[in-house]
Design a protein around this ligand. Structure first.
Ligand SMILES: C[S@@+](CC[C@H](N)C(=O)[O-])C[C@H]1O[C@@H](n2cnc3c(N)ncnc32)[C@H](O)[C@@H]1O
Length: 522
């Protein structure tokens, strides 16, 4: 037997790999350019991944440093310093690389069977649903130093079985949610779990993902072999409607309206401030507020030159839900005038929310509420800006084009339409001029660093037979509706695509798509 050579020692180019603390102190002295140690393991790709992990960690730490709130620790129990910051684009950028690199390193070094089986057991989603539905985070919040799982179980509505709840909490603790104490059954609240309290919209979004979407994803593989479903492009023949086929609903939204007592609604209806009339839809709207926070959509408020727009510029949110974005916008830029348009029920809820959050906007007429069925009719005419977030992704192409044509019909020549959506990576890396190019050796789409985008794509598939689209697909949809794409705003996780009515001259894309320089993707 030949001798086995010992692995060569890891050399870190004369500089020791700094601990986070040392690194942070180092960065505290601005004039000194900080140098990242070059790690040499003997494998170029591994070195590159390790370096990405270090540099992106430093970038994330810098963001915490900027807030002055300090760096979160894994077991902190207080509110997370950046959880409610509307504009955390630089942190998002750092985490995208960090997650992509960490996962790439693990999947490179782990045995493939380890990776495959881990991916095949997404049990935590249903454990999360159980925990949300039983208000475990609300119970734990009353006991900052922790509570025995048997006591938690005894405080739940149906007095859950403590042993079984313990198993559920054990898995969630292993996945970074909740924290087990020194005695296994002592469970403490962790800061990340504060968002699971029933008053937090992120919790509504998590419940939607695990209950309604959970039903659909479980049955989805079967639908890929059922003749009426396999090639269906309509919302009444998707995985979700198959999962609830006994009820003969025509789609997701109809099911919601029929079930004020199920899903997201049942988990929350007693917790919400009594503002709303229709619990299921109120909770859907809550979950939309949750997703708005998670995906960082509010960063549009700080990353577009709203203040340069003329006094009285009109902004019409088509399919507004609560109108979370215009609410934040008009608070920051009171010279804008807002119209919210949605189906009558949703609009009633929106009006109540604005009345509670910003009544002066209603009193002064800065905001108006105009019912609309965007499939059957055009929105209010001649607005300066039309805005649609998470609307186009709910519909297969034919429907999406119909909706866009209705918007185009309302637009005057100077109007613009903002479509705020996830934009998928396309086969052609050059197709989307703003697509952030992931550093090597990450996958060009950042791999797991962009996981939510891919999950959202599946979400649209199973609930609506729809999809998230590529830049090129958006441009094509726009052209089919008489709209041309003239500008993009990169918000890291999502993009805003700006269209105008098709004019004789094509837009000039040579200058970064007419981007305002400050908004160009980094
Ligand atoms: C996915 S939600 C997005 C809500 C909001 N834009 C946001 O991002 O938070 C879709 C919205 O479209 C509304 N909607 C569905 N069908 C509609 C229709 N035919 N006409 C007008 N609004 C509709 C729903 O009521 C809901 O508020």
């Amino acid at each position: 037997m030949g001798s086995i050579k010992p692995p060569s020692p890891f050399v870190s180019n004369s500089i020791q790999i700094p601990t986070f603390l040392e690194t942070f102190t180092f960065m505290d002295k601005p004039p000194a350019p900080f140098s990242i140690p070059r790690i040499q393991t003997g494998t170029r790709e591994i070195d590159a991944l390790l370096n990405l992990i270090i540099t992106s960690t430093m970038d994330a730490l810098t963001e915490y440093k900027k807030t002055g709130a300090g760096i979160p620790t894994p077991y902190a129990t207080e509110a997370h310093p950046l959880d409610n910051v509307p504009d955390a684009l630089d942190l998002k950028r750092a985490i995208r690389t960090l997650e992509g690199a960490c996962e790439a390193l693990c999947t490179t070094l782990a045995q493939p069977m380890h990776t495959i089986i881990n991916r095949s057991m997404p049990f935590e989603a249903q454990c999360m649903r159980l925990v949300i539905g039983n208000h475990i985070a609300d119970i734990l919040e009353q006991f900052p130093s922790g509570l025995h799982v048997a006591e938690i179980a005894s405080k739940t509505k149906n007095r859950m079985n403590p042993r079984k709840l313990g198993q559920v909490m054990g898995l969630l603790a292993a996945r970074g949610c909740f924290r087990e104490g020194d005695i296994r059954e002592l469970v403490r609240q962790q800061s990340s779990l504060l968002v699971l309290r029933s008053t937090d919209p992120v919790s509504a979004y998590a419940h939607l993902s695990t209950y309604e979407s959970g039903k659909a994803i479980t049955i989805f593989p079967e639908t890929m072999a059922i003749p009426e479903y396999v090639d269906s492009e309509t919302t009444d023949k998707c995985a979700f409607t198959y999962a609830v086929q006994d009820e003969e609903v025509t789609g997701f939204y109809e099911w919601f309206r029929k079930h004020p007592d199920l899903g997201v609604a049942s988990a929350f209806q007693r917790q919400i401030r009594g503002l709303f009339t229709e619990p299921s839809m109120q909770m859907f709207d809550q979950s939309m507020i949750g997703i708005t926070r998670v995906e960082g959509s509010l960063s549009i408020v700080n990353n577009y030159p709203w203040s340069e727009l003329a006094q009285g510029t009109t902004f019409c949110d088509v399919g507004s839900g609560f109108g979370t974005i215009p609410l934040a916008l008009v608070k920051a830029h009171p010279h804008l005038k807002i119209i919210l348009q949605d189906l009558p029920n949703s609009l009633e809820q929106a009006k109540k929310m604005w009345n509670s959050e910003y009544p002066q906007a209603i009193q002064s007429g800065v905001v108006r509420f105009e019912p609309l069925d965007f499939i059957a009719e055009a929105p209010v005419k001649d607005q300066d800006i039309y805005y649609m977030k998470h609307i186009v992704h709910n519909y297969p192409d034919a429907r999406a084009i119909k909706i866009l044509k209705n918007v185009a019909a309302a637009m005057k020549p100077s109007s613009v339409l903002f479509i705020h959506e996830y934009v998928m990576a396309s086969q052609d890396a050059h197709e989307n001029p703003l697509a952030a190019k992931a550093p090597e050796p990450l996958l060009s789409n950042y791999g797991s660093g962009n996981l939510r985008k891919y999950n959202q794509d599946l979400h649209m598939l199973i609930l609506f037979n729809a999809r998230q689209r590529t830049y090129e697909q958006f441009r094509g949809l726009g052209e089919s509706a008489g709209l041309e794409l003239i500008e993009l705003v990169d918000l890291v996780e999502m993009l805003v695509l700006k269209f105008r009515k098709m004019q004789d001259a094509k837009a000039d894309f040579s200058d970064g798509l007419g981007m305002i320089p400050a908004l160009r993707a980094s």
